[in-house]
Design a protein around this ligand. Structure first.
Ligand code: SAH
Length: 185
């Protein structure tokens, strides 16, 4: 697993998703070496790099040009660009041009969550999984209801990670924002 400090960052681009959350996402995705991943909202590339190391092919998209550029830089830094195709586009417009995939990872949806899940689910290979990371209450409830409506079995976990900073006098815990992971099984 990459450490948060391994990534180049940019104030105009969110991410990387924190290391402990990346651990959970990768674990819940059950990604395998012969599988294909579509990631919507690559941001800094935190999850893109983790999936690139563990799958056959990653299609990663972001509507923010700065995010695509930063993800490319991070992939190049760790020589992981070979099996990643990056798209600077909105999720809904790119879905038509992408072949079928095994894992759909939604890290950002910009208000189009229902249609993204609906359109993308038609391109999911049999046995495929959908994972959504959510900070907003609305993203949690919308993804659960849409996935249920489409017939998926859904689970949600929410974690509040606190990480210790070891200083001279002892160890101080710093909390990170709570984040939910909604995933199909
Ligand atoms: N998981 C990433 C951070 C994702 S931040 C990391 O580890 O670095 C969410 C990203 O989703 C943002 O960069 C935002 O531009 C993108 N996004 C939001 N809605 C989108 C949409 N409809 N299509 C494409 N990208 C979108």
């Amino acid at each position: 697993m990459f450490r948060d400090s391994d990534f180049k960052t940019n104030t105009d681009v969110p991410g990387p998703t924190k290391e402990e959350i990346r651990c959970l996402v990768i674990c819940k995705s059950k990604v395998k070496k012969d599988e294909t991943v579509l990631e919507i909202g690559c941001g800094t590339g935190g999850l893109t790099l983790e999936f690139a190391k563990r799958s056959k092919q990653v299609y990663s998209i972001d509507k923010n040009p700065a995010a695509v550029k930063l993800t490319r830089e991070n992939l190049l830094e760790y020589e992981l660009l070979d099996n990643v195709k990056l798209f600077e586009e909105d999720a809904l417009s790119v879905l038509k041009s992408i072949p079928k995939f095994d894992i759909l990872m939604i890290g950002g949806s910009g208000g189009d969550l229902y249609s993204i899940i609906e359109k993308a689910s038609t391109k999911l290979n049999p046995g495929g999984r959908i994972i959504v990371t959510a900070i907003l209450m609305e993203t949690k409830t919308q993804s659960i209801s849409k996935l249920k409506e489409l017939g998926f079995e859904v689970e949600i976990i929410e974690v509040n990670i606190s990480k210790g900073r070891i200083i001279d006098r002892g160890t101080m815990m710093f909390s990170q924002n709570p984040i939910a992971i909604i995933y199909t099984i």
